[in-house]
Design a protein around this ligand. Structure first.
Ligand code: NAP
Length: 488
């Protein structure tokens, strides 16, 4: 089957791209999705307590505001329902091929089309939009003797609700955003819970609250109020950027908020010392929780302040040498972010493999166009995430640029666009310069930074506003045709 545009993935990015294309009248689009539902992250993550720590009205598309959010911070299932609704209302569902695993994507110079092989058949297209996600491939620690473990193993993003933790001895590994949400729920159910903390997170108060039916009705009655509210939330979130780039008053205030929260919720000085981070606040994601510290302080969770290094029969082994007999091992150990698995299946000009192009870390011009990979647009790839603001803002900006470029290709009768090596290098240098001196490169271990190059390859170092403006500027420039140098 030949179509103009194929989008790989029906998560937030794929839905954003599909919606923008259809809204611009470009409906020769197919979306390939390996699962049987839309939603990506929010379809996959069903661990107890899964929710978002970005305010609900901001964690939504600007073009599909939702007046009916019921909580200040939405649950995972409410977000998943929202995404299903957007996919339906934007007319995407008939264009999605569910249960279709993309196995190979190769550019063919002869007919200037991408050949896309999938588990359910072959496709070709002029433009290929990769929207396969950055938090989609679970990462598990490599454990010597791993196969000897006799208990049940679950990654946080592959939670099996049929496994009842009642009466079970559980170990949770990791202290990131996922762990902080699930630990209080696991502790409330399991017979015992031990938490392996390799590094302590910074946690600030969450302050969740229901949104009253009256507020929902007011938002439904007046779209302007809803848009204004979203804009206010966006501006408030943007203010969080200063603490990440300057070691000044904002960072000191954020650190004080987190340490006060810890002091208030954990009275025991020894435990508090173990829960005090040893790196700069903001280097990793700052977490929001009101029930994480109390679960630990109450004694319901035993804190093991070291890494999981091995298993042996029904025991898990900590770097400290401590061993714990358990029934269920919960790996809240994050995702493969710096080396997206799809990259090894993408072959550009002259058979160049995207994973090889990204051997030192992900790079792209305008965060989306990769030299040597004509008519390829990567969403949610290099430098397209934010720690302090909503992913929807970023993905919407990328989807807008994708739609703008594709529309202009039609209007200007351009068959092939491609970033030049120089344009990609210049953009990367610009990102590197903006990353220098930021808290993200201050020395902690995080999924934002490529372990091979030490570069900030996942996070955009600027504000969401700057991202939007930078991509809009690209949309205004002459189309990047292959032979042409593109000004960065
Ligand atoms: P993560 O932030 O990458 O955290 C993984 C955790 O596993 C880290 O604490 C890491 O320790 C730990 N770890 C890895 N191997 C270990 C080992 N052998 N022993 C002990 N600990 C080990 O993953 P995540 O919590 O799934 O979150 C990923 C991202 O998903 C977040 O940053 C966020 O962007 C997103 N998320 C968002 C929300 C939300 O509310 N918006 C909720 C959940 C997730 P170190 O810290 O020492 O590396």
């Amino acid at each position: 089957m030949d179509v103009d545009t194929i989008i790989v993935g029906a998560g937030i990015a794929g839905i954003a791209a599909g919606a923008q294309l259809l809204r611009a009248g470009m409906d020769d689009v197919v979306i390939l999705e390996r699962a049987h539902d839309v939603g990506g992250t929010w379809r996959d993550n069903v661990y107890p307590g899964v929710a978002c720590d970005i305010p609900s009205h901001l964690y939504a598309f600007s073009f599909r505001p939702n007046p009916s959010w019921t909580q200040r911070y939405s649950t995972g299932s409410e977000i998943q329902d929202y995404l299903r609704g957007v996919a339906r209302d934007e007319g995407l569902l008939p264009r999605i091929r569910f249960g279709t695993d993309v196995t190979d994507m190769a550019w063919n110079d002869d007919d200037q089309r991408w050949k896309v092989h999938t588990s359910t058949g072959d496709y070709s297209c002029r433009t290929l939009i990769l929207a396969a996600g950055r938090l989609s491939e679970p990462k598990s620690p490599e454990l010597p003797n791993g196969e000897s473990f006799t208990g049940t193993v679950m990654h946080s993003s592959r939670w099996d609700p049929s496994i009842d933790l009642t009466g079970k001895r559980v170990a949770v590994i990791g202290t990131g955003a996922s762990a902080v949400q699930l630990v209080p729920h696991v502790a409330a159910t399991a017979a015992s819970t031990v938490l392996f903390q390799r590094s302590a997170p910074f946690v600030v108060p969450r302050g969740d609250a229901p949104i009253s039916p009256e507020s929902q009705a007011a938002f439904a009655a007046d779209a302007t109020t809803l848009t204004r509210h979203r804009d206010t939330l966006f501006t408030e979130a943007e203010a969080g950027h200063a603490a990440r780039v300057e070691d000044g008053a904002d960072r000191a205030a954020l650190r004080a908020t987190a340490l006060d929260h810890l002091a208030t919720q954990v009275p025991d000085p020894d435990l508090r010392a173990q829960l005090t981070p040893d790196y700069e606040i903001g280097c990793k994601r700052v977490l929001l929780s009101d029930d994480y510290y109390p679960a630990i302080a109450s004694g319901a969770v035993q804190l093991e302040s070291s890494a999981l290094v091995g298993v042996d029969g029904n025991e898990v082994i900590a770097a400290s040498g401590n061993r714990f007999e358990i029934d269920v091992l919960v790996l809240a150990t994050g995702f493969t972010t710096t080396r997206p698995p799809y990259a090894k299946n993408v072959r550009g000009r002259d058979g160049r493999v995207l994973a090889d192009h990204w051997a030192e870390g992900m790079t792209a011009y305008a965060t989306m166009l990769v030299a040597g990979f004509p008519n390829l647009m990567v969403l949610d790839g290099p430098n397209a995430a934010l720690g302090h603001n909503s992913a929807f803002v970023m993905l919407e900006a990328q989807a807008e640029l994708a739609a703008a470029l594709i529309a202009r290709m039609g209007i200007e009768s351009v068959d092939v666009i491609e970033a030049s090596e120089a344009a990609e290098r210049e953009w990367t240098a610009r990102v590197d310069a903006a990353s220098t001196g930021t808290v993200w490169l201050s020395g902690c271990r995080s999924w934002y930074v490529d372990e091979r190059s030490g570069r900030l390859t996942l996070l955009w170092p600027g504000t969401g506003t700057e991202f939007r403006e930078a991509l809009r500027a690209v949309a205004e420039q002459p189309l990047p045709v292959a032979s042409q140098h593109i000004p960065a």
